[in-house]
Design a protein around this ligand. Structure first.
Ligand code: ADP
Ligand code: GN1
Ligand code: MG
Length: 375
């Protein structure tokens, strides 16, 4: 997979001009800490006032059908905006992403180099966090993602495009890891023997949610599928989770994966790429807060979903750990890395988080029961 290099000011100016924006381009700068897309904050001068836009190059190696992604996002964001409007909400362009169409009226711009770009209204006065700051914040994050699931629940007809098929299918992710181990293209397997052993020892659990879903016990819903902490914007004044972002993977899926992924990131005591593993563990005060916020909003959960909430946190953390390790063995072609070994560091934190959640499994179960009872 070829790296998509960083865009220059002149390129950004040209790309921004392809969208329905007014005023004069001032500057563009790389923005955020996502692992997939290339994100830029663009400043325009409009009638003398500074105005920001969010310009993103969609990673077309990851999202091979950028137009399908954009059709989904247009549909999702318009649907949410309509709902918020009907509820009498204010400030709707801070409460959902708003796409700015290209001058051709499309939700995406395809440039001469073959890159795909999209532009959003920049949400001001709100921030994303790579690490959780407080239990109150964790509760608000749980609530924000539950609200999101409620708002998109009826986007079923027609079915949203599956932008990445089998995205959270742990068995397939495990198969991909085994293939990468077999191939060992870069002779890296020798460095990660304990990690491989840790994963293999737990393989019997990887099909658990898939089986219950195939039996019809766990329903398909419209889900976000990338509910990491830094994919929700929190209001700088109130702390509320005002806008769920990074909508590329909104598609049919399991609500449990969304719950699990918020626990993976928002209960972590350390950064996703922390190298000192003694700092990495899952915080139960944060888990309690997320479970409270999420269960209060997610009134739709079936008995089987309720039973698997705590397990889903371990499973998704394991799945992401498997994906980081696979990418490391394959030569770091999927996730953006900033240093050699970055993906193996990320894998190690995920496996440490799994271990920490396993050690606290009984407590997690009790916390879930309490959160459900009080919801
Ligand atoms: P990635 O898929 O690479 O994670 P995101 O869509 O999550 O990309 O964007 C990366 C970061 O850019 C986010 O974590 C957030 O901080 C910021 N961001 C994204 N969209 C907006 C927006 N509309 N307004 C302000 N900041 C945004
Ligand atoms: C990626 O795009 P970003 O950084 O929000 C990845 C997620 C992983 C996450 C791990 C499309 O999320 O699936 O859980 O990294 N997104 C995609 O941090 O693969
Ligand atoms: Mg993101």
């Amino acid at each position: 997979m070829a790296e998509l290099g960083k865009a220059t000011q002149a390129e950004l100016k040209g790309i921004a001009a392809a969208f329905q924006v007014y005023g004069d381009f001032v500057s563009g700068r790389p923005y955020g800490s996502g692992h997939i897309n290339d994100t830029y904050q663009i400043t325009y001068s409009v009638g003398g006032a500074a105005m920001h836009y969010l310009l993103q190059r969609i990673n077309h190696h990851v999202f091979t059908q950028p137009q399908a992604v954009q059709q989904n996002i247009l549909r999702v964001t318009r649907h949410i905006a309509e709902k918020l409007r009907a509820q009498g909400e204010q400030d709707i362009s801070r409460r959902t992403l708003t796409l700015i169409l290209s001058k051709e009226g499309e939700p995406v711009h395809h440039d001469a180099q073959g890159n795909w770009w999209r532009m959003y209204v920049f949400v001001e006065g709100a921030s994303t966090y790579d690490q959780i700051q407080s239990a109150q914040q964790a509760e608000l994050v749980g609530e924000a993602f539950a609200d999101f699931q409620n708002m998109v629940a009826d986007l079923t007809d027609p079915r949203l495009h599956e932008t990445i098929p089998h995205f959270h299918n742990t068995l397939r992710r495990y198969e991909a890891l085994q293939a990468a181990i077999q191939k060992d293209a870069l002779n890296r397997v020798k460095d990660v023997k304990p990690e491989i052993a840790f994963i293999e020892a737990r393989a019997a659990t990887f099909g658990r949610l898939l089986e219950r879903s195939a039996k019809g016990e766990i329903p398909e819903r419209v889900t976000h599928n990338d509910t990491k902490l830094n994919n929700v914007m929190l209001d700088d004044k109130t702390g509320r989770g005002i806008c769920v972002i990074d909508l590329d993977t909104v598609m049919p899926g399991l609500a449990l994966y969304d719950f699990g992924d918020m626990c993976r990131t928002a209960t972590a005591n350390a950064a996703e790429d922390e190298q000192d593993l003694s700092k990495v563990y899952s915080r139960m005060d944060m888990f309690e807060a997320i479970a409270r916020g999420y269960c209060r909003g997610a009134k739709f959960l079936t008995p089987a979903e309720k039973e698997e909430l705590a397990f889903s946190a371990r499973l998704i953390t394991m799945t992401i750990g498997i994906r980081f390790l696979t990418d490391y063995l394959q030569g770091d072609t999927y996730f953006h890395i900033k240093r050699p070994g970055h993906n193996v560091d990320r894998c190690r934190t995920q496996l440490k988080m799994v271990q920490s959640m396993e050690e606290q499994a009984d407590q997690m179960e009790a916390i879930v029961q309490k959160a459900l009872a009080e919801a």
